[in-house]
Write a protein that binds this ligand. Structure first.
Ligand SMILES: C[S@@+](CC[C@H](N)C(=O)[O-])C[C@H]1O[C@@H](n2cnc3c(N)ncnc32)[C@H](O)[C@@H]1O
Length: 339
């Protein structure tokens, strides 16, 4: 996640900005989609490089805060309230058939994390909300209404929490007496079930459960996979797709997408004759993932888990997405958590 300023929080520090610009190569005459506007850190730098930007964010607060920049840029920045999974539709609606680059900086912003009333954080008490869009079922709805077995899958798969069954059992017992409404209340219950790790590994016991709920409430993994497909459809040949991820679940999706789309030979598969490998839609930029420099991690610890992957679009036609091949887990629909 980029560090983006909230009330009384640290100033905004976009993550891996130099590497993002190097991979994106924005310049005069280019149109770039910034799918995760946030506090506009990437967008500002891309505008400074001379490109036009179509920026998207699903958080109404980010859109409101960006209006000053829209006014200052006099037509070079268009800010869209919406989801990056639908970026191709947004771009076409703006009268553009294609774009030169797409950048994505996944996850939540510090602006979202640092404001207790958004309910993303177990460190400061707030309503159990976590909705980036500020609409639809909240984390409280999920915790209070999702069937226990579905809650176990969500916490286990999206939080990679080994004690998922014990956590969801404790939640199910407690909610019979009194529903959860606050982040601190849930964090305290999780802390009782998942003991503090021995000294050395200092992550809060509720970290994984909160990550799982956030990803589930916002459908984040489906969004990432769908966004890669949308970028494939909207990039011109030669156009660049640059993605910064912050945890292994989202990085796995991006890695598998690029591996699949850049494959030119059947490789190890004896099941797929050579001629049946569809033409590659991307050429990889760089080998594997790029990490932030040590100096960046030292200056901004929030950059430590970042990974950047990038590719350049070929002329081959876009393909259908296979969500299970990309590693997107199948979970109970979020609507099942509604009241
Ligand atoms: C890590 S921040 C981006 C920070 C930005 N790069 C900067 O430098 O200021 C991620 C932003 O993406 C937004 N976001 C997350 N998922 C989204 C989605 N599916 N569609 C649109 N915006 C999304 C969040 O609301 C948040 O503002």
């Amino acid at each position: 996640m980029s560090a983006v300023h909230g009330e009384g929080a640290q100033p905004h520090v976009p993550v891996m900005l130099a590497e993002v610009l190097e991979a994106t190569q924005p310049g005069p005459g280019c149109v770039v989609v910034d799918g995760t506007f946030g506090a506009g850190g990437y967008t500002r730098a891309i505008l400074q490089a001379g490109a036009e930007v179509i920026a998207i964010d699903r958080d109404p607060n980010a859109i409101a805060a960006g209006q000053e920049l829209v006014a200052a840029e006099a037509g070079r920045l268009t800010l869209v309230a919406g989801r990056f999974s639908q970026m191709d539709a947004h771009v076409v609606a703006l009268g553009r058939p294609s774009v030169d680059a797409v950048v994505l900086d996944l996850g939540v912003s510090s602006m979202q994390l640092d404001q207790a009333e958004r309910g993303f954080s177990f460190r400061s008490d707030g309503p159990l909300d976590m909705r980036m869009e500020q609409a639809g079922p909240s984390a409280a709805d999920v915790v209070n209404h999702l069937p226990q077995k579905d809650l176990t899958r969500v916490i286990g798969l999206l939080g990679e929490e080994k004690r998922a069954s014990a956590v969801s059992r404790a939640i199910a017992e407690r909610r019979k007496e009194r529903p959860f409404t606050r982040t601190a209340d849930l964090a305290a219950l999780v802390e009782k079930v998942v003991k503090r790790p021995p000294r050395g590994r200092q992550i809060h016991p509720a970290t994984r459960t909160f990550q799982a709920l956030r990803i589930y409430v916002n459908g984040e993994l489906n969004e990432v996979a769908e966004a890669l497909g949308a970028a494939e459809r909207v990039l011109r040949p030669g156009g660049r797709l640059v993605v910064v991820t912050f945890h292994s679940l989202e990085d796995r999706i991006v890695k598998r997408f690029f591996a699949d789309r850049s494959r030119t030979r059947a490789g190890g598969s004896r099941h797929l004759p050579e001629e049946e490998v569809p033409p590659a839609t991307f050429e990889l930029i760089g080998r594997g993932a790029r990490d932030p420099s040590e100096a960046e991690v030292e200056a901004n610890p929030r950059a430590r888990s970042a990974k950047l992957r990038a590719g350049a679009r070929t002329e081959a036609p876009a393909r259908d997405l296979d969500l299970s091949m990309l590693g997107v887990p199948r979970l109970a629909p979020l609507g099942d958590a509604g009241e």
